[in-house]
Design a protein around this ligand. Structure first.
Ligand code: PLP
Length: 397
């Protein structure tokens, strides 16, 4: 059997090695130290925000921001349904209720009009909506121009889930710089990694100071251990921050390589019945970080079944008994030792959220059935890309 091709394997060089060795030799092996401080400054500078807090995960960043924004039992948080479970889990940790909103069919990012409609509906019912979380899917930032204005009008803070989009832009503004706060992830398969880690970004010094305190078990600034609120152990280690600083030096090169890989797929698949998620939308994909190349096959498959108009409350029900086009691609390519994955299964279809409220159109159901993410990591060799192309083309053709 040929060697396994992974979807988003990290690329680590001697630059990272030098940073990590420096951290080890310095004796700073705790979840604080000079590399943590420098990593926070460098990411804040890169994204163009005032303050940054390095944390043990992106989930932790979302969780602490939500606590600061007042998420608690009896409140609601409205978020994109097409996301990794971490976004919704962070809401549930606070006791607030997640309310899911469907996405745009062209790029999988939240349907802005529908998100605003959902919030208005909830507010009209007297609900306390404490935050809205759009998710920058697979490295493409949302349409923040319309969303920021709409949310400001409704008085709802925007928390950007930029876990997948570091390095992307909208109209020259970096992903991670929108709204009241943003969360980044440095998980192992992301655009850059600290093996595990995340960061909370904001221009609001008070928000970051509160989150910093919460992340260190909410210790009060007195000589003994004094606590007036429940805290968490969420800080990032100095060793991992050193790894992150090395990765940040290489971020632009890694994005360029991912873009090159996407361009090769686009050229090779030009005649196949598929579209690239995001790539053919109004804004093109020049502003994306190209984290994962995502294709949606068979553009005419079963579209009549999916109305793409508002289906309020529960979503469409997916018939999961017969294999979808995405199932077939994943099964066939996995058998050839190539890691290809389904898009995130929408949160409104997850058994664990079966009681949650949702505002759906069928768009994310459709993307889930017909979309797959292709191997996209910067360490892929040209031979490996050729293997992916040949395998994918034979399944889809
Ligand atoms: C959209 C999204 N949100 C949140 C997270 C959570 O980040 P982490 O794994 O660092 O907790 C991830 C990735 O893992 C993600 O893809």
């Amino acid at each position: 059997m040929s060697e396994r091709i992974l979807m988003s394997q990290a690329s680590v060089s001697e630059i990272e090695e030098r940073y990590v060795v420096d951290a080890l030799r310095s004796g700073w092996v705790a979840p604080l130290g000079p590399h943590v401080d420098a990593f926070e400054r460098e990411i804040a500078e890169r994204v163009g925000v005032e303050h940054a807090l390095a944390l043990s995960s992106g989930t932790a960043a979302l969780h602490l921001a939500l606590i600061h924004l007042g998420a608690r039992p009896g409140t609601k948080v409205v978020l994109s349904s097409m996301t990794f479970a971490a976004t919704a889990n962070a809401v549930v940790y606070t006791g607030a209720e997640p309310v899911f909103v469907d996405v745009r069919p062209d790029d999988g990012n939240v349907d802005v009009e529908l998100m605003l409609h959902a919030i208005r509906t909830l507010q009209d019912e007297g609900e306390d909506v404490v935050a809205a979380i759009p998710v920058d899917l697979f490295g493409r930032a949302c349409d923040y121009t319309a969303l920021e204005a709409g949310l400001a009008g409704l008085g709802v803070p925007l928390l950007e889930d930029a876990a997948e989009s570091l390095g992307a832009h909208v109209d020259g503004h970096p992903a991670g710089s929108f709204g009241t706060a943003a969360a980044l992830s440095f998980n192992g398969n992301k655009i850059m990694t600290t093996s595990g880690g995340g960061m909370l970004l904001s221009d609001d010094a008070g928000l970051i100071a509160h989150a910093r305190k919460l992340s260190t078990q909410s210790r009060e600034p007195v000589p003994w251990y004094e606590h007036t609120e429940i805290g968490y152990n969420y800080r990032l280690s100095n060793i991992l921050a050193a790894l992150g600083r090395g990765q940040l030096k290489r971020l632009d090169d890694m994005i360029a390589r991912r873009r090159q890989i996407r361009d090769r797929y686009a050229e090779a698949f030009a005649d196949l019945p598929l579209r690239f998620l995001g790539r053919d939308a109004d804004r093109g994909d020049a502003n994306d970080n190209c984290w994962l190349t995502t294709v949606v096959v068979d553009p005419t498959w079963d579209e009549e079944r999916l109305p793409h108009t508002l289906v309020e409350e529960r979503g469409t029900s997916l018939e999961t008994n017969s294999p979808t086009p995405a199932d077939e691609i994943v099964a066939t390519m996995s058998a050839q030792n190539i890691e290809v994955r389904h898009l995130w299964k929408p949160m409104h279809l997850q058994p664990v959220f079966s009681e949650a409220r949702s505002f759906t159109t069928g768009a994310s159901d459709d993307l889930f059935m017909r979309g797959v993410t292709l191997p996209s990591g910067p360490a892929l060799t040209d031979d490996q890309i050729d293997r992916v192309i040949a395998s994918f083309a034979s399944v889809v053709a």
